[in-house]
Design a binder for this molecule. Sequence first.
Ligand code: FEO
Ligand code: CA
Ligand code: CA
Ligand code: CA
Length: 663
Amino acid sequence: MTEHLTSESPFRTSLLEEADGEGSNPTANPTMGEIISTRFSRRGFLKGSLAVSAIASTVGPLALLRADEAKAGSGSAFSFTEVEAGVDPHHHVAEGYDADILLRWGDALFPDSPAFDPTRQSAEAQHRQFGYNNDYVGFIPLGNSAEHGLLVVNHEYTNEHLMFPGIVTIAEGKLKVAPADQKRVDIEMAAHGGTIVEIRKVDGKWQVVKDGKLNRRITSTTDMVLTGPAAGHERVKTSADPTGTRVIGTLNNCAGGVTPWGTYIMAEENFHGYFSGKLPDGHKEAANYKRYGVPEGAYEWGRFYDRFDLAKEPNEPNRFGWIVEVDVNDPNSVPKKRTALGRTKHEGAESIVAKDGRVVFYLGDDERFDYVYKFVTAGKFNPNDRAANMDLLDQGTLYVAKFAADGTFAWLPLIHGEGPLTVANGFNSQADVLIETRRAGDLVGATKMDRPEDIQPNGVNGKVYVMLTNNSRRKADQTDAANPRAANAFGHIIEITEADGDFAATTGEWEVLLKCGDPSVAAVGASFSTDTTKNGWFGMPDNCAVDAAGRLWVATDGNNPKDTGRTDGLWAVDVAGEARATSKLFFRVPVGAELCGPLFTPDDKAAFVAVQHPGDGGTDWAPFGRPSYYEDLSTRWPDFNDDMPVRPAVVVITKKDGGKIGV
Ligand code: FEO
Ligand code: CA
Ligand code: CA
Ligand code: CA
């Protein structure tokens, strides 16, 4: 969601990702902006960022006048003709490529799935169909094939005003969404979660295998278990689950990951939006919930299910905000909420095997002023014994990042009894540290970031890329003249180098890869290279991918007609040599959407991208000029059929000549 669209949106579930909840970080820990300011004012400490910094200081409006004629600079790792940035109801991909719809909301996943009928929706049908708002996309090869595997896709949330006919009315000039009934809530719950579906390439085209034996829907009603240090703790027990180990469902699964042992990770992000009701007066969880913005109440599930009502089940929110691991090899496996990885508004969990065989997971907590984390397993990955890896996520060390002005950083361990994580501070065990991960990060002095989204380790160049999407609330007195990005509307990307190239290291160095936004507007302070054209710059980095060649691709969330004159999309970003910080637009989404995924097959011959919440917005786009909802949509992508609403969908991009993407 963009800041502008959401601030004008009458739809609460659209607002959730940007909601001004109570979750804001209350500490005085330094912000990333303050640290960047300090760094860039101390030029003597600049290392690899010198080139980026020098470019930033020379890019002004005059330099950019010729930008649209610029060719990709020498040394670029990418070779394709750039798409023109803009806004319209369609998607666009670079010339010479096909962008085909693979899976839409409502598409059949099983031989017995009912055909999608938007006017006769039911929870039963939705449980057998592709869910709503596809976000994370992962690929788990079958038989080591790059052309046959399981596609795993998260369904982050639902947009009721786009999904259901007849629920939006206009009263006194304002749009209103009718209160939910139980049938609608049950459909919403079935449209959340994830999809596991077999896909294969036949005659050059990817297709869904509807009778795939491992096909599965996971939803907000799937039985799950809690594992790790917080499982069974008093604070996760409810009247329905006195063991504190059995949870119903998963919520707001944003990005995720695929582990080296081939399991599917679903990150629980904005779980606060599903809880309503009032905590009993003086309840011991009050401060904990305030730090996470619980309850937010965007969804009405608490009116029909006690577990979402704080007055009835005050501990239930402690059972969400975790990393969920799914064994895709058994369609009846019980997903596991791995508490050792902490409880935050988890964006995702991408991983890599460290030199010594331990496995490292990078974790962003997507809220303004919240933190970057990583988890290092205690045990080592065994590439020859899948079963031996299946509980690696229950033991290990969770760290939070502290970035220093001299270009170094430290991963601070969150271990009960160490530093301030003591009984005196209300942490009686590691379970308490994990249930209140954010407060643990506050106390150890972690760096307050501009909304950490995806964090991607790159096994080819040994770096790690951190997407920081924006932070409209950073105040001017938290920056200085050297980094005039108060109200950081466009975000930035940080490149991390772990010490000795060891992903399990506890220290390392960092650089700003680029500061986003329109580089032709000097006041924005963007730092794309001068080879970046008027189409090539972007704001609001969110998801990202590293392809098999080690190249970085960035997907965005928040570019819109009003802020940037462009929709979201997929940009190819050079990170090496003279082309560093050069960006080119490869694919763009229809009006109102953000782009999720992205994901490359192991042979780099297909890219899967998830077009999320298409049509959610129209006011800012002049040709439409009004809010968009089921009966009056700014786009009917991807079907463009008057009988069909707009539908979130996964798109597969292939090169017409069958070659590798972007080469
Ligand atoms: Fe669901 Fe942080 O995006
Ligand atoms: Ca999203
Ligand atoms: Ca995201
Ligand atoms: Ca986002």
